[in-house]
Write a protein that binds this ligand. Structure first.
Ligand SMILES: Nc1ncnc2c1ncn2[C@@H]1O[C@H](COP(=O)(O)OP(=O)(O)OP(=O)(O)O)[C@@H](O)[C@H]1O
Length: 684
């Protein structure tokens, strides 16, 4: 037996390995099995080129667990190592590699990506002792056993081993006993080794016999050595892709589409990406892409490698060219990674474009599920926007789909306003905004349905992209004014009547938390609604955006909703309110107004004369008179308002009209709704 000291500078590297790699202990199995795969593939290569003349035979990698001895063994039939090679690769190179790595990241544990090839020495994260039993493929080699207990000392001795290849025996330490379990090993094999290119066996296959699960003689191969992404797309059908998806995500619904990536220049990358069906929470759908490096599972957190919006996709990416041993910030600035990311974007756009062109109907059918990806992509990635504007769809409230160009042509004639701006009308809720949608349609307009999670932002974005166009929600103004044109109908109300109606209607608007109403008048058609509630586009949008995103516009979110209570002066019912008011309080109101008006003209005379003089030049009498006039005006106004409010509170029509308007906007709730129903019954 020979003893030696491992070639490292740090006295004892293992405590450091254990400390820094604590959270990722489980990767030891992946690392050791990857080494076994490498050794097997090297042997296959040597055999192919004629440098190895012996029998290759069965090269299955075998994993076993001994629960009594607390060991895990990984055996391969690869190239094996001679004593010299152990000296070179294990004692010197590998250790120094690990040492260098830890030196580099000692002060920056967070920079470690969390998974990297620590290689063979990761076995010491979980073991108190490790043995290598190996026989090289080289003719006439002597089998050797290397043993190390986690101190820098090792022993190496000759042993009797007949089969070519390497067995790694791990004596698991007390802290990591949990790995000495068939279930745990099964879990790790499934997670990290499911698609390795060399068969990996663990235990035996089982079958059900007489109501019991029993082991058969057949070995249990845990991996698919030829996963779908490594196969030629031309040999694959939709069913194959869907089946693979179900293998990856057993609980998920069938995906919408798949994209098979196959790149060999300027970097190597294969993979299959799926567009999943996303219900309503986009956050839970992230990080479902698995990243592989030569069929070895690395991670399922791919930010930085795929564009942000594509982290919503599911599937696998396999590339030997993605650097795995580096921090995230480095990854994002790596030019290779950037190329990969923009290439994936392009591929995804190309595939969508192809589906749109060849299967438009199916594309439309899936649009509702698909649009979140496309909108997200268009919002966050300029290049994707440019590609996607050819196939992104707009859906109207009748469920019809249009491309941007198609839609523009359809609305061009009817929806261009007097300033030559194209107005895109939209609704965010087909039910709540039903009456507005109908009113717009009756005017010959088309209304888009923009009810997606990202649509508030998307609309803003499109407005910036589309030239000479704006988006207007159907309830942001009365139908006549949604798209302002030259002609205007005349309003059949005098100033005094308008003033009266303002007091009357404001006094009857129910008190609502966080909602302000401003009464305004419009000359609408006599058969339009008598009273309508609209919400100004700009303020509403600012509010919605600040609620979604905060930032510098956060204060908009705190402001109350501001609504317009639009009174249609030309409607018969409004004319009736005017008439009722005239009969009930008309005389006193108009005499109060008459007095007010003459006082007000006196007031402005006094104010004018005061304006031209210096303070001390204003005669005392005028000052006193002005004060007196002001007081009287306020008093008269109070009386006038009181009379009008008294009328309004007795006049059921006014509050009924307001409630009807609230009802059309789905704003009548709770107690107010209940009161409305009762009053309606009374009226019947
Ligand atoms: N099962 C094995 N059969 C034959 N040689 C092996 C085996 N395991 C390790 N080796 C040899 O030991 C060397 C060091 O292994 P180690 O896992 O530490 O690093 P690596 O495989 O070169 O790189 P990585 O960090 O990516 O794993 C390998 O390059 C290989 O030559």
């Amino acid at each position: 037996m020979q003893k030696g000291k491992i070639g490292i500078s740090t006295e004892n590297i293992f405590p450091i390995i254990k400390k820094y790699l604590y959270s990722d202990h489980e990767i030891f199995l992946r690392e050791l099995i990857s080494n076994a795969v490498d050794a097997t593939q090297k042997l296959n290569t040597l055999a192919r080129i004629g440098d190895y003349k012996g029998e290759v035979g069965d090269t299955t990698i075998r994993v076993s667990v001994d629960e009594e001895k607390n060991t895990i063994t990984i055996s391969d039939r690869g190239i094996g190592m001679t004593a010299d090679e152990i000296e070179k690769y294990i004692n010197q190179v590998a250790f120094s590699g690990a040492n260098e790595f830890l030196e580099k990241y000692k002060n920056d544990a967070n920079a470690i990506i969390g998974h990297f090839g620590m290689g063979f020495y990761s076995s010491f994260m979980v073991s108190e002792k490790v043995e290598i039993h190996t026989l090289s493929h080289k003719e006439g080699s002597q089998a050797v056993k290397w043993e190390c207990d986690g101190s820098p000392e090792y022993t190496i001795e000759e042993i009797d081993k007949k089969e070519r290849g390497t067995d790694i025996v791990l004596y698991i330490d007390d802290e990591n006993k949990n790995f000495v379990s068939k279930d745990e090993i099964n879990r790790l094999l499934k997670k990290y080794c499911g698609f390795l290119p060399v068969p990996v066996a663990f235990g035996k296959k089982t079958e059900w016999k007489d109501g019991k699960e029993v082991e058969t003689d057949e070995e249990n191969i845990i991996n698919d050595t030829n996963p779908l992404w490594t196969q030629a797309p031309s040999n694959l059908k939709d069913e194959d892709y869907n089946k693979f998806y179900r293998d990856l995500y057993p609980m998920a619904e069938d995906p919408l589409f798949n994209i098979h990536l196959n790149v060999d220049y300027p970097f190597n990358l294969t993979g299959i990406l799926y567009f999943p069906k996303i219900k309503n929470n986009i956050e839970v759908q992230r990080n479902k892409i698995q990243l592989y490096c030569n069929q070895v599972y690395v991670t399922d957190s791919v930010e930085g490698i795929v564009p942000e919006f594509l982290t919503l996709l599911h599937g696998v990416i396999d590339s030997p060219d993605i650097p795995l041993n580096v921090s995230r910030s480095y990854l994002q600035s790596d030019s290779n990674v950037k190329k990969i990311s923009s290439h994936i974007t392009k591929k995804v756009a190309d595939r969508l474009d192809e589906i749109f062109k060849t299967e438009r109907q199916s594309f439309e059918n899936k649009w509702d599920d698909l649009k979140i990806f496309i909108e997200y992509g268009m919002l966050t990635d300029e290049k994707f926007y440019d590609r996607a504007q050819k196939f992104a769809l707009l859906k109207n409230t009748d469920g019809k789909f249009f491309t941007f160009d198609e839609y523009k042509n359809i609305i061009k004639d009817s929806q261009t306003d007097k300033d030559n701006q194209l107005v895109y009308l939209y609704a965010t809720d087909a039910q709540d905004q039903f009456s507005f949608i109908e009113a717009a349609k009756n005017k010959g307009y088309d209304v888009l349905l923009m009810d997606g999670q990202l649509d508030t932002h998307y609309i803003n974005h499109l407005e910036q992209k589309f030239e000479g166009a704006r988006f207007v929600r159907v309830d942001s103004d009365v139908p006549e004014k949604l798209i302002p044109k030259e002609e205007q109908t005349e309003l059949k109300l005098t100033e005094a009547e308008k003033d009266n109606l303002t007091t009357i209607f404001s006094s009857q608007v129910p008190n609502m938390e966080k909602a302000n109403f401003v009464v305004s008048f419009e000359a609408l058609a006599a058969d339009d609604k008598p009273v309508m509630i609209t919400q100004q586009e700009f303020m509403r949008r600012m509010k919605e955006m600040s609620q979604n995103g905060g930032g510098p516009m956060a204060f908009y979110g705190e402001m109350p909703d501001s609504y317009n209570l639009v009174v249609n002066g030309n409607h018969e019912l409004i004319q009736r309110v005017v008439k009722d008011c005239e009969e009930a309080v008309g005389e006193s109101v108009s005499s109060l107004r008459g007095k007010m008006e003459s006082l007000e003209s006196r007031k402005s005379e006094l104010e004018k004369s005061k304006e031209d003089k210096k303070e001390e030049e204003v005669p005392q009498a005028e000052k006193e008179e002005l004060e007196d006039v002001e007081k009287k005006v306020t008093e008269l106004r109070g009386k006038k308002d009181e009379a009008l409010q008294g009328f309004a509170s007795k006049n059921k029509l006014v509050s009924q009209l307001i409630d009807l308007a609230l009802l059309s906007n789905n704003m009548l709730k709770g107690e107010a709704l209940n009161r409305f129903v009762k009053r309606s019954i009374d009226l019947i």
